[in-house]
Design a protein around this ligand. Structure first.
Ligand code: NDP
Length: 242
């Protein structure tokens, strides 16, 4: 039997690494048509080449309005519609407020919050016209509890939770679903983990998830029948003490 996501047109931001890349791989296997968005053009192009003609690489900085609009327009030009926005791009800054850099925080807010809002704003006209669509945002456990070693990041993900919950209610009458996928620690480039052996060690200690685990959760959320919305999914490594 065909998978419910086969043939769906999915935009993934942050597709050049980590959770976004892992989700692109699994959705490609399920027969989705994909727009891969992030700033690293080389990484996106090699992933698109690997995934085949159903994947379109569109280098995009989610903080730049014209680039976001163009990325969405190119998706519609190529695939004719947009079924899913996986608004996943994000950056991380931990640390003491007293020692931090407010300009770096402003950039984090721009990527993690406004970047998500820009992408949502750009896809909504198409989804509203179709009277269908799924918007899934990568939040974090840091959007559910106040994590004291990452106050700025935690504030950005709390903002995402507020946005997701209000947006969901605004667009539900247009038959659009909105949800948040909120992982705990994922062993990937966000933490500087690139060595597969190092990733395995953290996972085997039950201290980290894999990007692929989060990708499977995204597939689960997006595969629900039309009457079901997963509003929030919090997933943690078994041994994360939060
Ligand atoms: P990665 O660092 O591997 O991926 C981040 C992605 O975001 C990259 O593809 C990066 O691509 C992209 N990105 C960053 N800035 C921009 C920008 N301005 N415009 C477009 N794309 C951008 O980490 P993850 O895969 O883990 O991160 C994905 C999401 O998961 C983030 O929202 C993060 O907050 C969230 N998350 C991560 C956790 C973890 O422990 N790793 C835990 C909980 C949530 P490029 O640099 O090419 O632009």
């Amino acid at each position: 039997m065909e998978h419910p996501l086969a043939g769906k047109v999915v935009i993934i931001t942050g597709a050049s690494s980590g959770i976004g890349e892992a989700t692109a791989r699994v959705l490609a296997r399920l027969g989705c048509r994909l727009t891969l968005a992030a700033r690293s053009a080389g990484k996106l192009r090699s992933l698109a080449a690997e995934l085949g003609p159903a994947a379109l690489a569109v280098p995009t900085d989610v903080t730049l309005g014209p680039e976001v609009m163009q990325m969405v327009a190119r998706t519609v030009e190529r695939f004719g519609r947009i079924d899913v926005l996986f608004a996943n791009a994000g950056i991380y800054i931990p640390g003491q407020v007293a020692e931090g850099d407010p300009d770096a925080w402003a950039n984090l807010m721009n990527v993690n919050i406004t970047g998500v809002m820009r992408c949502v704003h750009a896809v909504l006209p198409y989804m509203m016209e179709q009277r269908s669509g799924d918007i899934l945002v990568t939040s974090s456990i840091s959007g559910f509890i106040d994590i004291e070693w990452e106050p700025v990041y935690s504030a950005s993900k709390h903002a995402i939770q507020g946005f997701v919950h209000t947006l969901r209610r605004q667009v539900a009458p247009a038959n659009i679903r909105v949800g948040a996928l909120a992982p705990g620690m994922v062993a990937n480039e966000l933490w500087g983990f690139t060595d597969p052996a190092e990733i395995d060690r953290h996972v085997e200690a039950h201290a980290c998830l894999r990007s692929e685990d989060v990708a499977q959760a995204a597939v689960f959320i997006l595969s629900q029948p039309p009457h079901v919305t997963i509003r929030d999914m919090v997933m943690l490594p078994q041994n994360q003490d939060l």
